[in-house]
Design a protein around this ligand. Structure first.
Ligand code: SF4
Length: 187
């Protein structure tokens, strides 16, 4: 494998995807980072919908993320909600308008079309390869994995349902598909 070539390919793909996100966002007066923050918030679980988690996920400064969240709130794509038990915690809830926007933005139309031309077997191998690559890169950079709950080492299946071994709280079938800032892969 030629590593500079792989890097070049990944950067070019990233540029194309960002161009598409940029042009989609412009229609709504949103920057790519704002679309990314909103996308994250539609996919994360209840332990991960805070400004701090968005900052960690995007790997940006607190100031940039805070500005982006303010714009999303002003445009009514999300609203702040105080935690019912711990008043110090603020959750970011995506509104119906925000959910609709993300439904329209994903997946990128060009990616959907391009992948449709690749044979099914190749597509799933590509997904597996990219997932492994991301996992290794996150490990090298010592970054949180932010992966789906059902792949977490703390996810416990007890006959009738699921429980988070970390918080000891029950998890629904929907919640185990969401991403979590406390996620850790089994060793
Ligand atoms: S099982 Fe893991 S991923 Fe799921 S909620 Fe608990 S810590 Fe998060």
């Amino acid at each position: 494998m030629n590593v500079p070539d792989v890097q070049n390919l990944l950067e070019r793909l990233n540029n194309l995807l960002r161009m598409e996100v940029r042009s989609f966002g412009l229609k709504y007066g949103l920057q790519p980072v704002q679309i990314e923050a909103l996308t994250y918030l539609t996919r994360c679980n209840r332990y991960s919908d805070t400004p701090q988690a968005v900052t960690e996920y995007l790997g940006l400064t607190k100031g940039t993320v805070s500005q982006s969240l303010k714009v999303l709130e002003q445009k009514e794509f999300l609203r702040k909600q105080q935690d019912t038990e711990d008043k110090r915690i603020t959750h970011l809830a995506v509104t119906a308008k925000g959910k609709k926007l993300i439904e329209h933005s994903l997946p990128a139309k060009s990616l959907e079309t391009a992948l449709g031309k690749i044979r099914a077997g190749q597509g799933s191998k590509l997904e597996e390869f990219l997932r492994s690559l991301l996992r290794e890169m996150q490990h090298i950079h010592n970054r949180k994995t932010f992966a789906a709950c059902h792949t977490c080492r703390f996810n416990e299946h007890h006959g009738k349902g699921y429980v988070c071994g970390l918080t000891k709280e029950a998890l629904s079938g929907h919640e185990i598909q969401l991403i979590c800032r406390e996620h850790e892969y089994p060793s």
